[in-house]
Design a protein around this ligand. Structure first.
Ligand code: NDP
Length: 457
């Protein structure tokens, strides 16, 4: 079954195959969830071969089944007075090492398969940060694009009116994700506070700085991604200075990855949104991108109106045909397939770092690994956001706030630690340099051993 793992026993292979088949049988339509489960289980074969206690205690069967799945109706009234109904979700996947923690996504593509893949990945990512946080994820098929502020508020308040009963600072702490930024977190926090009748700052992270947010949270996922890739490059004697970089997306993760890349001397020549991508061979003007995306909520195509030497092309996948030394997919799942991987490698890409969750398909990952491309998997490389969310919870608990520099330094240290523990785990299981396997194994061991210690629950 595996192209990623190498040290295997037949019974561990069988075990993984059985668990995976059961996942597909139970929820045949949840393709993204199948993909996330497959990637992780394949990497665990050498661990399961060496440690039969995990199979004996049905750890995998329990891991792939969420502790709780909540699905609910979200009615709201639009500007024309019409009643709209969306569907909301929260998947509380695993609380073995801490309260559930994971973002909320508002995007029309959201359904149970997306929320479950994100929640499942979050278990291992959160474990890798070294912080005591379990895995969860939530969202809705609501599309914030084209909605007025009042509509976004109406929807978000209705969403929280149901969600509030399932979350809390010691049980489940949501944050942002695609379509959920500072504005939506603010509205959610306001409604939670109103219903609960108390200022429980630790119930959400990614809050505004004026009411309990952490400095450097906004920057954390993008900066953290760049810190992780910096470690990976340094191990091979490289750095970012003068490198040509392509970053997909132009949302929170992309913008702050670009900011840090530019600070480190890289030339970022392209970014995108769901409509298309811009190519600016002189290097992207980040002030323009920030204004268009963070303030005006405009399309990336408008960039070329102000920078006529740049080009705009329709369709977001063409971005991977641009020659670059480093590629950072930071938009969405499965945005980089095997064809794109082949083009990147043919054009001389040296390193790929995943800022989005599961942006590369399994064949694309396998191709990069076979070609010896340095590859930083999402679970490890984009863990900076949740890590600083964890630091936001600590600051809320202590009723104090750290400086930007202090949070940034902790983030840098956490990303270094994640890199080192992924490298170590890969080496321990005879897969040197395979950070996909290393991150999955290191994340798994802590959760699995906590599950064993806590009995059959
Ligand atoms: P944002 O909503 O801020 O930005 C998302 C970006 O991706 C936008 O440019 C958007 O374009 C683009 N995009 C979304 N869907 C598609 C699509 N189907 N095809 C092409 N482009 C698309 O989200 P974030 O930056 O917060 O999240 C980006 C990724 O990073 C997600 O995978 C998320 O799960 C992951 N992530 C985010 C973290 C965070 O702290 N925010 C933490 C860890 C991971 P458009 O505006 O046109 O929709």
């Amino acid at each position: 079954m595996s192209t990623i793992s190498t040290t295997v026993s037949a019974s561990a292979e069988d075990y993984v195959q059985r668990v995976y088949s059961e996942v597909v049988r139970r929820d045949p339509l949840e393709q993204e969830f199948h993909q996330a489960v497959k990637e992780i289980l394949e990497c665990l074969v050498p661990v399961l071969s060496r440690h039969p206690q995990y199979e004996a205690n049905a750890v995998l069967e329990r891991l792939v089944e969420p502790e709780r799945t909540i699905s609910f109706r979200v009615p709201w009234i639009d500007e024309s007075g019409k009643v709209q109904v969306n569907r909301g979700y929260r998947v509380q996947f695993n609380s073995a090492i801490g309260p559930y923690k994971g973002g909320i996504r508002f995007h029309p593509s959201v359904y149970s398969g997306i929320i479950k893949f994100l929640g499942f990945e979050q278990i291992f990512k959160n474990s890798l940060t070294g912080l005591p946080i379990g895995g969860g994820k939530g969202g809705s098929d609501f599309d914030p694009k084209g909605k007025t502020d009042r509509e976004v508020m109406a929807f978000t308040q209705s969403f929280m009116t149901e969600l509030y009963r399932h979350i809390g600072p010691d049980t489940d702490i949501p944050a942002g994700d695609i379509g959920v930024g500072a504005r939506e977190i603010g509205y959610m926090f306001g409604q939670y506070k109103r219903i609960r009748g108390g200022h429980e700052g630790g119930v959400l992270t990614g809050k505004g700085l004026l009411y309990g947010g952490s400095l450097a949270r906004k920057e954390a996922t993008g900066y953290g991604l760049v810190y992780f890739v910096q470690e990976m490059l340094a191990a091979e004697g490289h750095d970012f200075e003068g490198q040509t970089v392509v970053v997909s997306g132009s949302g929170n993760v992309s913008i702050y990855a670009i900011e840090k890349l530019q600070q480190l001397g890289a030339v970022v020549v392209a970014c995108s949104d769901s409509g298309g991508y811009i190519y600016d061979p002189q290097g992207i003007n980040l002030d323009t991108v920030k204004r268009l995306k963070e303030q005006e909520r405009a399309r990336i195509s408008e960039y070329v109106n102000e920078h006529p030497h740049a080009q705009y092309s329709e369709g977001s996948t063409g971005i991977w045909t641009i020659p670059c030394q480093i590629a950072l997919p930071c938009a969405t799942q499965n945005e980089l397939d095997e064809d794109a991987a082949r083009k990147l490698v043919a054009n001389g890409v040296m390193a790929v770092g995943e800022g989005a969750n599961m942006p590369s398909t399994l064949p694309a990952i396998n191709y990069f690994l076979q070609q010896g491309t340095l590859f930083a998997p999402a679970k490890a490389a984009n863990a900076g956001g949740v890590a600083v969310s964890g630091l936001e919870m600590s600051q809320n608990g202590m009723r104090l706030s750290w400086s930007f520099e202090e949070v940034d330094e902790r983030l840098r240290q956490i990303m270094k630690n994640i890199y080192r523990s992924s490298v170590r785990a890969a080496e321990e299981y005879a897969l040197p340099g395979n950070l996909v396997a290393g991150a999955n194994i290191a994340g798994f061991l802590k959760v699995a051993d906590s599950m064993l210690a806590q009995g059959v629950v």
